[in-house]
Design a protein around this ligand. Structure first.
Ligand code: ADP
Ligand code: MG
Length: 250
């Protein structure tokens, strides 16, 4: 579902991604960890087409991201082509980014009605199912400010799912939450994983990584330092940098 082949990204002279290679198979969950500034968000943003890679290739479900091949040459995609590609990828951010002046339900139907031109009835029915799925059936008409952080993040997940994505990206979805609210969001993510969704998750919740992830990737300084089975890696990290990073988390 995701194939990154030596992906590089710079901002001016700052090299942020220095050849990231990884693969996420359909139905798999990959957790990405690493110190602040190591390039985790930038990598997710490249996958979601919010940034364009400078070198290397990135594919989602077989589609080259960001570029079109024409006459044997690669051309940067138009914003319209990019938007089309992004429709199939859901993203959940640390700060939930809900529309504050819309209810939970209105947040969830926004993209299906505006982008996919779904009928309002159909979008509302689906949104109710999704809110039910994230445990918020009774909050459909509530505005974000009246919801806890954990509830807002669950609305954000429902909103992403409303577009029927084939891939879900999570960028530190629980980092902004009070500790007692983390579990409810991880619970929803756990169920999503169990339902077969392909997920790329930046998180420092090692319990989640250990139990849910198929692969764990440790990034440092724009490179993949170590990757493997989460249980093996957490029990016996091979690199000094991985050891030192993990010891600080615990
Ligand atoms: P992480 O998510 O691992 O904390 P980021 O991907 O957010 O790391 O950032 C990696 C590096 O890239 C940081 O040094 C950050 O300052 C830099 N960076 C990220 N986005 C931009 C941008 N749009 N312009 C310039 N530098 C950026
Ligand atoms: Mg980040």
């Amino acid at each position: 579902m995701v194939l990154a082949d030596r992906v590089c990204k710079n901002f001016g002279t700052l090299q942020v991604l220095k050849g990231i290679s990884l693969e996420v198979r359909r139905g798999e969950v990959l957790c990405l960890i690493g110190p602040s500034g190591s390039g985790k968000s930038t990598f997710l943003r490249c996958v979601n087409h919010l940034e364009i890679v400078n070198a290397g290739r990135l594919y989602v479900d077989g589609d080259l991201i960001g570029y079109r091949e024409r006459g044997g040459k690669l051309h940067e995609m138009s914003p319209r082509e990019a938007a089309l590609q992004r429709r199939d990828i859901g993203m959940v951010f640390q700060h939930f980014n809900l529309f504050p002046h819309r209810t939970a339900l209105e947040n969830v139907i926004e993209a299906p009605t505006q982008v996919k031109k779904q009928s309002k009835d159909k979008a509302v029915a689906r949104a109710k199912d999704l809110l039910d799925r994230v445990g918020l059936a009774d909050k459909a008409d509530t505005y974000p400010a009246q919801l806890s952080g954990g509830q807002q993040q669950r609305v954000a997940i429902a909103r992403a799912l409303a577009m029927d994505p084939k891939l879900m990206l999570f960028d530190e979805p629980t980092s902004a939450l009070d500790p007692e609210l983390v579990g409810e969001v991880l619970g929803v993510m756990r169920e999503l994983a169990a339902s077969g969704m392909t997920m790329l998750v930046v998180t420092h919740e090692m319990g989640f990584a250990r139990e849910v992830a198929d692969q764990l990737v440790f990034m440092d300084g724009g490179v993949v330092m170590e990757k493997g089975d989460p249980r093996e890696m957490l029990a016996d990290p091979q690199h000094e940098r991985t050891k030192s990073f993990l010891s600080k988390l615990l």
